[in-house]
Design a protein around this ligand. Structure first.
Ligand code: ADP
Ligand code: MG
Length: 250
């Protein structure tokens, strides 16, 4: 795979799956139904600290639902999710919101930036919501935007940038508060292939640098290849779970 350098981030070689995996997130017996639709039909999954896990599978197979349940956006119908010692799936709404704000970062396909706010304000927001002073939040936000190669877009609103630039801003926003886990749901889905690969390269490098865990949904095996491990979901069940080195040549 071609490796390039962007901004001040050095492209690091893809890592091998970690051997000593201290669990970051543990899902046991996860089921989620929406009426008669069984989006998750009984998933057991352990995601290790610092691991980068790609989740693939056909449309409608339950990938997004799994991400929402693991991150506490949705509660499972059955089963449990634990983040370290935190019982995510039994926390009340307010506690789960607080956990997400403090310990998790999110990158979605598009539209997750606040359209009325500038890049700088969007990236400073998680810090402000976590109680940092405006001065500290703005200065850290600026550092992250520079690190991600969009230091010249501070005053732009999401609608005034290209898709790739907006996703770099979104990545900065997902990482600015040093989350333990970053959840990304098709983060390159709205980008052309070349831009998508740039964005993935910068996302995975920035996450390695920050030491966070990555849970990434994608339908592009080339995008998945940036991760250490590939989990395939079919019909709400875990179909395969393999180290990436067994799946793609490096
Ligand atoms: P994927 O991300 O793999 O495309 P999803 O997790 O979004 O799949 O969806 C899995 C199944 O659950 C699909 O049949 C979808 O229609 C259904 N589903 C997901 N979210 C909802 C919801 N909020 N209400 C009703 N059905 C839903
Ligand atoms: Mg989805």
């Amino acid at each position: 795979m071609e490796q390039t350098t962007y901004g001040s981030l050095d492209a690091m070689p893809p890592t091998e799956p970690h051997t000593e995996k201290k669990p970051a997130l543990v899902g046991v017996g996860l089921k989620k139904s929406f009426g008669a639709v069984h989006a998750l039909a009984g998933v057991d999954i352990t995601i290790g600290e610092h691991e980068q896990v790609a989740i693939m599978g056909p449309s409608g197979s339950g990938k997004s639902t799994l991400l929402h349940v693991l991150s506490g956006i949705l509660l499972p119908t059955e089963g449990t999710v634990n983040f370290g010692t935190v019982p995510v799936s039994t926390l009340r709404d307010a506690a789960r919101s607080k956990l997400r704000l403090k310990s998790f970062g999110f990158v979605f396909q598009d539209g997750q930036l606040v359209p009325e706010l500038t890049s700088l304000e969007n990236v400073a927001l998680p810090l402000l919501l976590n109680g940092e002073s405006k001065h500290a939040a703005v200065s850290t936000a600026k550092e992250w935007l520079e690190r991600l190669g969009v230091g010249d877009q501070l005053k732009k609103r999401p609608g005034e940038m290209s898709g790739g630039q907006a996703q770099r801003v979104a990545i900065a926003r997902a990482l600015v508060h040093h989350p333990a886990v970053v959840f990304a749901d098709e983060p390159t889905g709205a980008l052309d292939q070349a831009t998508g690969h740039e964005v993935m390269q910068i996302l995975t490098s920035a996450i390695r640098m920050s030491g966070a865990t990555l849970v990434l949904i994608t339908h592009d095996v080339k995008v998945a290849a940036w991760c250490d491990r590939l989990v395939e979901i079919r019909d709400g069940l875990l179909h395969t779970d393999r180290p990436m080195s067994e799946v793609v040549e490096r």
